[in-house]
Design a protein. Structure first.
Length: 214
């Protein structure tokens, strides 16, 4: 029977493996990291690593499940102000930076692992609903203009989702052409600003945020 100390050492090593893997994936890209790279980074034997994760797939599925739980704990709400929406963007941006490798391989990973595809579909559907509800509340509260055509803000939700989830890959490719101050947050807001009312713009102009468009 394992002692409490042995159990804690086991838990700690598993956490260190996950942390080191995420760091390596972010630095080199998921496809370019081997199990040997991970064991070398931790100065442990490959056998010690495979005791916890037999294959790289098992490690990736564990990380994606952990990532999804972390995402759910962010508790994104549709009952927000302009400032609240900006905070949502900031929280999502920090999440993307933490799991950069995942979002930069957003379309490749589900092809390798159907389990990840299921999680992605769930998250995209949830965010689509959140954005739609936010815009509906904004219209009702006089923060956003009424739709010019039925479904306009559903289209806007899809655009925001595309940038938030899939757009990292395109932004990486375009980075050398973008001005230094440009980032995904300012790009997201550039899609929203034309739809804000005068009251909505006043709220936006009060934001003290690095992504604010002057």
């Amino acid at each position: 029977m394992l002692s409490v100390k042995d159990i804690m050492m086991t838990v700690n090593l598993k956490e260190k493996i996950i942390e080191a893997s995420i760091e390596l994936f972010n630095k080199k890209g998921y496809a370019h990291v081997t199990m040997r790279d991970i064991s070398d980074a931790l100065n442990i034997s490959p056998g010690n690593l495979t005791y916890y994760f037999k294959r790289k797939k098992d490690l990736m599925i564990c990380i994606s499940s952990m990532q999804y739980e972390e995402y759910k704990n962010l508790n994104f709400s549709s009952d927000v102000s302009i400032e609240g929406l900006n905070q949502l963007f900031l929280s999502l941006n920090a999440f993307r930076e933490k799991y950069f490798f995942y979002f930069s391989s957003f379309t490749e990973l589900p092809k390798l692992y159907p389990e990840i595809s299921k999680i992605q579909i769930k998250v995209v559907n949830e965010f689509y609903t959140v954005y739609n509800n936010i815009f509906s509340n904004f219209v009702n509260n006089g923060i956003m203009k009424k739709e010019l055509y039925a479904g306009q803000y559903e289209d806007l939700s899809i655009s925001l989702l595309s940038l938030s989830m899939y757009g990292i890959q395109e932004i990486i490719l375009l980075k050398k052409f973008l001005a230094k101050q440009k980032n995904i947050l300012s790009i997201l807001w550039s899609l929203l600003l034309p739809h804000l009312t005068t009251e909505g713009m006043e709220m936006y102009n009060k934001l003290n945020a690095p992504n604010k468009i002057s």
